[in-house]
Design a protein. Sequence first.
Lengths: 287, 287
Amino acid sequence: MDRCRSRLQGQLNSVYPASGSLPANLLAALEYALNNSGKQVRPILYFAAGRAISEAEQASIKAALALELIHTYSLIHDDLPAMDDDELRRGKPTLHKAFDDATAILVGDGLQARAFEIIADAPELSAEQKVKMIKVLAEASGFAGMVGGQYVDIQSTGKDLSLAALRAMHAMKTGALIRASVALGGIAAGASEAQLVALDTYAEHIGLAFQVVDDILDVESDTQTLGKTQGKDEQENKATYVKLMGLEGAKSEAQRLLEKALAALNDFGESAEMLRELGRYIVDRKH
Amino acid sequence: MDRCRSRLQGQLNSVYPASGSLPANLLAALEYALNNSGKQVRPILYFAAGRAISEAEQASIKAALALELIHTYSLIHDDLPAMDDDELRRGKPTLHKAFDDATAILVGDGLQARAFEIIADAPELSAEQKVKMIKVLAEASGFAGMVGGQYVDIQSTGKDLSLAALRAMHAMKTGALIRASVALGGIAAGASEAQLVALDTYAEHIGLAFQVVDDILDVESDTQTLGKTQGKDEQENKATYVKLMGLEGAKSEAQRLLEKALAALNDFGESAEMLRELGRYIVDRKH
């Protein structure tokens, strides 16, 4: 995981546009956004999925970068006052706090465009792989995925959600991009359709587990460890797994989802060990 | 031009995501955004550029749709209170006025993703064409293009800009997407590199002329004809071509740019007539 992160870190300079010069403040805001990296779960899932299919680890760092850029843009927009109105992200002031709302909207917009550009421009992928990746990533990022899920989340704040509705919301809001991360890793490594289906079943359950654990941490952790304001869900009366299932119920749910995810990898051998390890990390993490 | 518009209109239903069901309000906002169509200059430029290269007009409606979606998303975000704070767009309340800021941010974000997805999914284009188009469109939409230009525009409001700085800002803010529209049309029609260069010279000058005329109309037209608030540039003390060159100076500048654009098409015959006509339309339009 550390090696994945350091490979990704080495790629950050390629995010700045090659042509033209950016206004100094926009460049500063972009640097601020890129240098506040988190757990990088999505790029790591991407590498791990690729590893499960083939040893060719060096094949496709650009797609990993694109996944992280889409995730970064979504956090920047979600934090805006018009959306979740968050002041803290990964232990630092959110982008619109450090700069302003207009800059945050534009940095998010630019990062989304850059993500697709970076895949289209990746030297080590075939045109067919790029098109498939862009299709998967765009669908996961858009109305039927991340954007739609964020919309439902905002509309649901303060309302009672059923467990089914909560699952459906998270499947869109965070699940879709996690599934896309694993799918892109498979595509980069030349996975068969059957392998992609198995990887997707793994990713679907890991994605749900990720959110269950997020809800648990919002109750059990503290602001400093989390890098974002602790207790915000309860304060805003948000529907969470903890609220609907209780703390212990949510913890067994996370374990149940992890087991389902691991079962989907049964036909993979040693090569899927990194995916398995990541599943356990996602469920056992402390922030 | 009417035929282009009606072909595009017939494609709007394909913008809604095929999988999953959108929340009713998000769907309503998306419909509101899509049904408030403007002059559709970008798709028409795309078709006209394709026509200049080849007769195969039916080849590639999807890329035209993608261009219009990127343009639509940019208007929605630019109109936000944190940006230009506009209440009127194409004669109707702006999206954030009719709905709210969060919805407007998310509809814009979703439209951007959908634009790239639609190109990646276009049945009539080769993988190589799609990748080339996505690269050109993403670059034009991003930091080195539209997003960067909008940033400079916001930062410049109320400041004195030189003519060179004003041109550089518009080349990014609106020029880049206009050039991309023409480039995509060329790519769809299989243009040679030399043909793409000639088309780009045309597009560069048409793009600049487009903005000069916008500035003239902001002074000479009225709110009803424009469909947006007239006189806003002067009211906000914005740098414009009219302010820097005078009304007559701006009018000769528009003519000079049109002539340069037309000269770039000298090696094309009859097939480029639609491009020429569009150039004249852009300079002579009343709104």
